[in-house]
Design a protein around this ligand. Structure first.
Ligand code: ZN
Length: 279
């Protein structure tokens, strides 16, 4: 049992490969009733049609809260430290910021570049499926509806413009949150704590890692956040990016670049970069 739910032109669908089954409601409503999603998946029968990646919107289009974990893979901490030479030690408390939900777009939506220091960050995104307040790690996965791929697109210039650096705005520009292609329920993923994750730019492998290397794994993140506030169904946690970001080598995103993001069992996203708009 399980489900793969996607957003087809604003409507919730079950998605298996390219085949889809309309659920007759919107994605946020469908997500609030995971038992029904599992029921419909088990009895899905003949598909209603076929959907292309470009037809899909963000599987969770309007979460209340979107959290981003920073510096959660050791090789990323090391590469950032080499560039910024800030002598970063591994933080005792997690580094958490906000991506404002309005930045979320679909798995093939254009990424609208701003300036010349925009960067990619391929990440596993955990989607909360049940209210969580003060849960411990052993109960944390029970509160997760499923997983999807995310790109935590970042404007490094804006991110480092203030002192101390402020992440939230530079990671929340319009279209800076591609997610998808589908929300995959946890039971359909082989090992939700250890998935291959990669990112290619124009076919060149830039990030290639495993989520098993997350320094703070999903259960720990859910437990920590739920000790501070109440997590609600639909809330998203961007779990951090592995090493290989453009900032580490001065290779920022250019107009026309194709960002290909892949996570084992979750599918692929392909987002093309659009030139900055001049007003
Ligand atoms: Zn990130």
């Amino acid at each position: 049992m399980g489900f793969r739910m996607a957003n087809l032109a604003g409507q919730a669908v079950l998605l298996d490969g390219k085949d889809y089954w309309a659920l007759g409601t919107d994605p946020m409503d469908a997500l609030s009733r995971p038992r029904e999603l599992r029921h419909r998946w088990a009895r899905r029968g003949a598909p209603g049609g076929r959907a292309a990646l470009t037809d899909l919107g963000p599987p969770v289009p309007a979460p209340r809260q979107v959290f981003g974990y920073g510096l959660n893979y050791m090789d990323h901490i090391e590469e950032i430290d080499r560039v910024d030479s800030m002598g970063r030690a591994v933080s005792e408390a997690p580094v958490v910021f906000t991506k404002f939900p309005a930045c979320l777009v679909g798995p093939a939506a254009p990424v609208k570049l701003v300036g010349d220091r925009c960067d990619y960050e391929c990440e596993l995104v955990a989607v909360i499926g049940a209210e969580a307040r003060n849960v411990d790690e052993s109960g944390a996965w029970d509160r997760v509806a499923g997983l999807m791929i995310g790109q935590d697109i970042s404007d490094r210039a804006l991110q480092t413009a203030a002192s101390p650096p402020q992440f939230s705005l530079g990671k929340s520009r319009e279209s800076f949150g591609p997610v998808g292609p589908a929300l995959v329920s946890v039971e359909l993923v082989d090992d939700p704590d250890d998935l291959a994750i990669s990112c290619q730019i124009n076919g060149e492998m830039r990030q290639n890692s495993r989520t098993g290397l997350l320094m703070r794994p999903v259960a720990e993140m859910v437990a920590y956040l739920s000790s501070i506030l109440t997590l609600q169904p639909g809330d998203l946690i961007f779990t951090g990016t592995p090493g290989g970001v453009g900032h580490a080598r001065g290779l920022y995103l250019q107009p026309g670049d194709v960002i290909r993001s892949e996570i084992e069992g979750l599918g692929v996203m392909e987002n093309t970069c659009a030139a900055p708009q001049h007003h």
